[in-house]
Design a protein around this ligand. Structure first.
Ligand code: NAP
Length: 324
């Protein structure tokens, strides 16, 4: 396994972060694994040297956090665990979502309980909250750090101006700064290259792309996208603009290069991301040990400048997706 320093945190994390959205309960999403199979994947990830795990309170309504916490029993100290809050956890309780002080304090306490951890290494806001001033959110997060409940704070998909406002608010008030950005970035969704990624580079922010394989779109020919349970049922796979702006041709070029190099499409798509200097660790999502192992093997694939240019050439701007 390769390790990298996460932005300006000083933390050493594996170059692949294991995403835990696929672990929890199939009651939440059809393609989500139950505990036993989830644990098998987490344990294999640990064997392979992965020390970085990303979950969220909303994944399987807390089950993902619980399963991750149990699976990391005995590996807690050497692991870097990230979770998130923002989305509403209980239909009938509007304060179980958002980024008010009440929501952050209550939902962070519930996450720590499910994870079985006194301290979360990285606590991320899952989205921007238009209804809470960022100063209120940052003060609540800063208090969580001072209390020892959280080591670092991070953010996820938002506009760059909002992220910039967060950082200068922290600096102005002497509060903890967001150290990471978890954003939507892959070969068929590159809108983040305009503002967010150069901004993160300049501010020494750790970058953790989500859906690095475009939710499976970059793992098989585009005509076969519905070949898996997730491909058949996940609405986001169809809502994101992966087929637009040259997306089909990029998918075909990924297949062509994979055949030429004798590797899988998923490995080419992941390798492209790993060649980007502004990326610290893509967050990979899988329900298969074999696919997890393929992701780790992708660390050894080398793409030439002309391979990268060939993969990128058909891209055209697409509708912003992942936040509004
Ligand atoms: N912050 C946010 O708003 C946000 C949003 C979405 C996701 N996330 C995070 O990012 C993580 C990853 O997201 P994602 O699941 O959408 O990621 P992804 O890596 O883009 O897509 C995963 C899909 O690719 C397939 N796949 C992976 N490797 C493959 C291979 N070698 N061959 C064929 N298919 C392969 C998986 O199928 P198999 O299951 O069969 O392997 C799965 O259907 C999540 O777990 C979560 O932690 C965050």
């Amino acid at each position: 396994m390769e390790y990298t320093t996460l932005g300006g945190t000083g933390l050493e994390v594996s170059r692949l972060c294991l995403g835990c959205m696929s672990f929890g309960s199939s009651d939440w999403r059809e393609w989500v694994l139950e505990e036993e199979e989830s644990t098998e994947i987490i344990e294999r990830a640990i064997d392979l040297g992965i020390n970085f795990f990303d979950t969220a309170n909303m994944y399987s309504k807390g089950e993902s956090e619980r399963i991750l916490g149990e699976a990391l029993e005995g590996h807690r100290e050497e692991s870097v665990v990230a979770t998130k809050g923002y989305f509403r956890m209980r239909e009938d309780d509007p304060n179980s979502g958002g980024l008010s002080r009440k929501a952050i304090e209550q939902e962070l306490a519930a996450s720590r309980e499910r994870l079985g951890m006194d301290t979360v290494d990285l606590y991320q806001i899952h989205r921007w909250d238009d209804d809470t001033p960022i100063e209120t959110t940052l003060r609540a997060l800063d208090d969580a750090v001072r209390r020892g409940h959280v080591r670092y704070i991070g953010a996820s998909s938002m506009w760059t101006y909002q992220f910039a406002e967060s950082l200068y608010t922290s600096d102005r008030l002497g509060l903890e700064r967001f150290a990471t950005m978890q954003n939507h970035y892959n070969l068929v969704y590159r809108e983040e290259e305009r503002e967010m990624l150069p901004f993160c580079e300049k501010e020494d922010i750790g970058v953790l792309p989500w859906s690095p394989l475009a939710r499976g779109y970059l793992t098989r020919p585009h005509e076969e996208i519905d070949a898996t349970a997730r491909g058949e049922t996940e609405e986001y796979l169809y809502e994101h603009p992966y087929r637009e702006g040259g997306g089909r041709e990029i998918n075909e070029r990924v297949a062509e290069l994979a055949a030429e190099k004798g590797v899988t499409m998923a490995q080419i798509a992941l390798s492209w991301l790993l060649h980007k200097d502004w990326v610290d660790a893509p967050i990979i999502g899988t329900t298969s040990v074999d696919h997890l192992e393929q992701a780790v093997e992708a660390l050894d694939i080398s793409l030439s400048a002309s391979d990268i240019a060939y993969l990128e050439e058909p891209y055209e701007p697409v509708t912003v997706s992942g936040h509004s």
